[in-house]
Design a binder for this molecule. Structure first.
Ligand code: PLP
Length: 366
């Protein structure tokens, strides 16, 4: 008896290439887009190890937990790393990037996370890209949490390595991911003696054996089920329209923010300025004396399917994340999430306005 998930014909190179082309369209890019056969950490690490080495001077912007990881990889490659840490309640500004270049004109690599699902902020990549391009540095961007939730435009912004994954706002699988690579980035890799070669981390292998060969033969058997899920997810986005998907995420962020403020009970948007808050997820600060992880556990006890989480590490004390991405970017999910948090706060002794929150979510959705 054949099984729909198991007894599939092998995926052809042409089919694989067509999925790459559709991902490239989402990024509006002419650069080479390579779909990597692993979760987004694979191209994130592969792109750093491919382009950074002992001669590299990297400006590593830390606006959440991933920046820390990128800094560690860069140091491991032998790069000199200048960390620029920004408090998690805000975004980094283009002016701060410019200042870093003034202080360290030798910077030739910039790593940045676009939107942070973990801390709820989003960075002005277009403006930062202008500064990076003026300085001629290579620009590496983690757009895993922004793709599908807000515009991601590597060509327009001068991003040389733009990594995306489907598991957040795209509402797709986590097991494959993609990176767009500029000519400059390919050249940097080709001249880097430390770049992974004949390795699962190697982007150069895909360049030499896949892209340059006209995408006729795959390097190894692809993660077929994940590739098909990626194709289905891109198809679903094409049907809804990328603009509409992004608008849904923007509405979700605005509604969550407005709803949380109206709810009261001491909850406050974690990111101070609304324009610095990510469309992919909204972070909320709990009032003094209320442990965020306890409040989330309490709220989830009524409905464990709600997209609520406490912040990671030390942030678990004071940060709640409403992960309103993908299929959860709906007014219903946001209402249920805020109601569950409101009930938990009320049972904790706080005064909350559940009706007011509901009205504010509706108004904020717009
Ligand atoms: C989600 C995410 C990733 C991928 O990491 P996972 O924790 O494995 O999902 C990478 N970068 C950013 C900014 C993310 O939000």
């Amino acid at each position: 008896m054949t099984h729909p998930l198991l007894d599939l014909p092998p995926m052809s190179a042409a089919h694989f290439a067509s999925i790459e082309d559709r991902v490239a369209k989402l990024l509006d890019t002419e650069q080479d887009v390579v779909i990597m056969q692993g979760e987004a950490l694979l191209p994130l690490e592969g792109a750093i190890r491919g382009t950074a080495g002992p001669g590299t001077v990297a400006l590593n912007v830390i606006t959440g937990p991933y920046g820390q990881t990128f800094g560690n990889w860069l140091r491991d490659c032998g790069a000199t790393v200048i960390d620029l840490s920004v408090p998690f309640h805000t975004a980094v500004s283009a002016a701060q990037i410019r200042e870093a270049f003034t202080e360290h004109p030798e910077i030739d690599f910039v790593s940045l996370v676009h939107a942070e699902a973990a801390t709820g902020n989003t960075n002005p990549v277009a403006e930062i890209g202008e500064v990076v391009r003026e300085q001629g540095a290579l620009f590496y961007l983690d757009a895993v949490a922004s793709i599908g939730a807000e515009p991601v435009l590597p060509d327009a912004w001068g991003v040389d390595l733009c990594v995306v994954g489907a598991q957040k706002a795209m509402g797709g699988p986590a097991g494959v991911s993609a990176v767009s690579v500029s000519e400059r980035a390919w050249a940097r890799m080709a001249s880097n003696p430390g770049a992974p070669r004949r390795s699962y981390l190697s982007l150069l292998d895909w360049k030499e054996r896949w892209v340059d060969g006209g995408r006729k033969a795959l390097l190894h058997a692809p993660a077929q089920l994940e590739m098909l899920a990626l194709e289905a997810c891109v198809e679903r986005i094409e049907t809804e329209g990328l603009e509409a998907v992004m608008a849904r995420h923007a509405s979700a962020a605005a509604a969550t923010r407005a709803g949380a403020v109206a709810l009261g009970g001491g909850l406050e948007p974690y990111v101070h300025e609304a324009h610095e808050a990510a469309p992919v997820a909204t972070t909320l600060r709990t009032p003094p004396g209320v442990l965020a992880s306890d409040l989330v556990t309490h709220a989830l006890s009524t409905d464990p399917t709600l997209p609520l989480a406490a912040g990671g590490g030390a942030l678990a004390a004071s940060m709640i994340r409403v992960n309103h991405y993908g299929p959860n970017a709906t007014p219903e999910t946001i209402n249920s999430s805020l109601t569950a948090l409101g009930v938990a706060l009320r049972e904790n002794g706080a005064t909350v306005d559940l009706e007011g929150a509901r009205g504010a979510v509706e108004g904020g959705w717009a």
